[in-house]
Design a protein around this ligand. Structure first.
Ligand SMILES: Cc1cc2nc3c(=O)[nH]c(=O)nc-3n(C[C@H](O)[C@H](O)[C@H](O)COP(=O)(O)OP(=O)(O)OC[C@H]3O[C@@H](n4cnc5c(N)ncnc54)[C@H](O)[C@@H]3O)c2cc1C
Length: 195
């Protein structure tokens, strides 16, 4: 979708579909939009609503995925070691939450068995390549989200994908040239600093 507030996804199973949207809560609150309305709009505009007419609904749910926790948040208390979503370990750029949840869960298990104090556990989290990448990305993400750069970036990528799907190579080039001054230098500096 072109609205920077929303990312949509769809998984296909043998006899069912899982469709959903993700959106930052701040944007929804500021614009007084209910999440179920965004989902309905997504289903309508993508034509999915029409396709699934007459089929039964198996599951309908919502979940908050906390971001922006680790390394600022506490990683536990006493012999309790927090991991995964509980310390906001979702990759802010790729939204990969499973990899860091498994990585931090493994380290939390080790910390519990070896009775590490929280500082040692935190140090081990920071040393893990996946987790330290997320901590690094978080600082850059705040910068990237400022001034709606992220919205422009999402629009650029979806426009390029639309051109690609239509076999329109000039469309891809035109999108890149059109956005070159606004976004590409920022993206390059972003990628360089991630190294
Ligand atoms: C719709 C959606 C799509 C996603 N897609 C992806 C994806 O494609 N790739 C990806 O990497 N990540 C994805 N994520 C994020 C990913 O699911 C999470 O980051 C990851 O599951 C976090 O793992 P976790 O173990 O920390 O928490 P969870 O997987 O949420 O596990 C917590 C568990 O604790 C249980 N629980 C909660 N409270 C209690 C209680 N009081 N007592 C007992 N049990 C309790 C819950 O029922 C749950 O089973 C997605 C998230 C959502 C919501």
């Amino acid at each position: 979708m072109s609205d920077p507030l929303v990312a949509g996804f769809m998984y296909t199973y043998k006899d069912s579909l899982a469709v959903g949207i993700g959106s930052p809560i701040r944007g929804l609150l500021d614009r007084k939009i209910r999440p179920e309305k965004l989902l309905d709009d997504f289903l309508e505009t993508t034509g999915i609503a029409e396709k699934v007419k007459g089929y039964s609904l198996r599951e309908y749910s919502a979940k908050v995925i906390p971001e922006g926790g680790f390394p600022e948040s506490r990683v536990g208390k006493g012999n309790v070691y927090l991991c995964g979503d509980a310390i906001g370990l979702v990759d802010p750029l790729s939204f990969d939450g499973i990899t860091p949840a498994i990585a931090s869960g493994t380290l939390a298990g080790e910390a519990a068995v070896k009775n590490y104090n929280r500082e040692v556990y935190k140090y081990n989290l920071m040393k893990h390549p996946e987790i330290s990448k997320i901590a690094k990305e978080r600082k850059l993400e705040a910068e990237f989200m400022a001034g709606n750069k992220a919205g422009e970036y999402i629009q650029m990528v979806s426009s390029m994908l639309e051109s690609w799907a239509a076999g329109d190579l000039f469309g891809i080039r035109n999108t890149m040239v059109g956005n070159y001054r606004n976004i590409i230098p920022d993206l390059m500096s972003f990628v360089m600093r991630m190294r």
